[in-house]
Write a protein that binds this ligand. Structure first.
Ligand SMILES: Cc1cc2nc3c(=O)[nH]c(=O)nc-3n(C[C@H](O)[C@H](O)[C@H](O)COP(=O)(O)OP(=O)(O)OC[C@H]3O[C@@H](n4cnc5c(N)ncnc54)[C@H](O)[C@@H]3O)c2cc1C
Length: 430
């Protein structure tokens, strides 16, 4: 921890990583003064229109669904932070996703949790349910969140701390802190200071377009079990996923992946706002799906333009540095390692970052800090590399079968041999 008596800790962002890091910091360092921890978030509060995970101008119920699958490695930490009991009944509990062909034949399954084996079932929960719980807890503890405040970058760093620039209410000012933690996501402004150079995310040439549907409106054939709610149906055009996040499992989400050229930020915003176009992309070849499966058709018949959004698939190359030379600026979460979303691990490993970094900071003294942080970073990176490989394999396993066949074998998830081999991931970190 910084050697000053009452350290000022600045955190950039107020999303999942920032909130779980703040809670972990208070957990591991009970003597910290919460009023000296400040979160700087460029958007409005998460639970207000315009905040994180809202569609601009929409209310929560009108916003498209943005679920998050939390696996035992993260749930174990959320339990230690006193959050798990507050959320466990507000999401869809599950242990695995089953994959079938269009005739209902079992193809395999991917395990995401299990109370018996890992201590927890996986929990799929809406971000709009999870984030306000985390926020309320940190605000109750006396931590301040400065909304509508963008951190523009790090100005300088020396023995005494770090100076960074913020933009708030049309004014630019410099702020000083003993420690600056960048939890500002894939397009991080803090990252270039840590790396000593800019590092742009890699666009994978793909967009995901999700939409909502109601499982009670599916026309099941006798070969499908209507109670099997976390399901992937393999079709000639790729795998259609059913992704429930509500405890009942009835409202659900699915998506399709499309090849799409990279856009500027404004271009992505324009595509996201063009709901009719997104709905058309989802449904224009519905007759081809219908020929193969009425089950799949009954899902796509439910697409409504207002329920769609666009998720361009970006990730970061492996970064060897998450800690600045001076040790006063650290990046975690998507700012340090944004994963392809297919293995649903981005948020889970970010929660691991939060917990482990807060622990390392509490245990190290000024003299040992640099060495301890370097060790922490390389241990974390080993796990992230494995999680990224798993994500790529699962993304490829959703491609049409003939496209999968063109790829090297170790780049496609093997449901038979791999789905029981995720112990390393779900057992988590201490
Ligand atoms: C389609 C999709 C599905 C996913 N599904 C899953 C899943 O099921 N399970 C899972 O574990 N992960 C999943 N992920 C990954 C997960 O969403 C991310 O890993 C997670 O949100 C990372 O959290 P974060 O807090 O690090 O970053 P973010 O959630 O991106 O938050 C960054 C925050 O910083 C703020 N910010 C940015 N720049 C600045 C600035 N300059 N100044 C001030 N504030 C700033 C932003 O407004 C934002 O609030 C998915 C991702 C995608 C795209």
């Amino acid at each position: 921890m910084p050697s000053s008596q009452d350290p000022h800790i600045a955190i950039v962002g107020a999303s999942l990583t920032a909130l779980t890091f703040t809670l972990s910091l208070l957990h591991h360092n009970p003597s910290l003064n919460p009023s000296k921890i400040v979160l700087y978030e460029s958007r409005p509060p998460a639970d207000q229109p315009g905040g994180q995970w809202y569609t601009r101008g929409a209310t929560a119920s009108e916003s498209p669904t943005r679920p998050l699958l939390l696996t035992p490695n993260a749930l174990k930490i959320l339990e230690k932070l006193g959050i798990y009991d507050q959320i466990k009944n507000n999401g869809f509990a599950m242990s695995r996703t089953v994959y079938r062909d269009v005739d209902g034949k079992f193809l395999g399954s991917a395990t995401f949790g299990g109370e018996k084996e890992f201590g927890y079932d996986a929990l799929r929960i809406e971000r709009m349910v999870l984030l306000p719980v985390l926020l309320r807890v940190i605000e109750d503890r006396g931590v301040k969140v400065e909304y509508h405040t963008s951190v523009r970058g790090v100005v300088s760093e020396d023995e005494s701390g770090v100076t960074f620039e913020i933009r708030q209410a049309g004014r630019t000012t410099n702020v000083q802190a003993d420690l600056l933690i960048g939890c500002d996501g894939i397009h991080s402004k803090v990252r270039s200071h840590v790396l000593g150079q800019p590092c742009n995310p890699i666009y994978h040439g793909l967009i995901m377009v999700p939409f909502k549907f109601d499982t009670t409106k599916i026309r099941y054939t006798s070969t499908f079990d209507p109670n099997e709610l976390s399901l992937g149906v393999s079709t000639k055009k790729g795998t259609i996923m059913m992704i429930p996040a509500d405890p009942s499992g009835t409202p659900s989400m699915s998506f399709r992946q499309f090849k799409y050229p990279e856009q500027t930020r404004e271009g992505w915003e324009a595509l996201d706002a063009d709901k009719d176009r997104l709905a058309k992309m989802l449904t224009e070849d519905i007759e081809e799906w219908a020929a193969e499966s009425d089950f799949v058709r009954s899902i796509f018949e439910q697409v409504k333009p207002q329920d769609t959004l666009v998720w361009p698939v970006y990730s970061l190359p492996k970064l060897d540095r998450w800690v600045s030379d001076g040790g006063k600026v650290i990046i975690i979460g998507d700012a340090a390692h944004s994963l392809i979303p297919a293995a649903a691990q981005g948020a889970n490993v970010s929660i691991e970052d939060s917990w482990t970094l807060a622990k390392v900071l509490s245990e190290s003294t000024h003299a040992t800090e640099t060495k301890t942080l370097q060790h922490w970073q390389s241990t974390r990176n080993e796990r992230i590399v494995k999680a990224q490989k798993l994500s790529l394999q699962l993304m490829n396993a959703r491609l049409p079968v003939e496209e999968q066949a063109k790829l090297p074998k170790d780049q496609v998830f093997d449901f038979e041999s791999q789905s029981n081999d995720l112990k390393w991931l779900f057992e988590g970190v201490d």
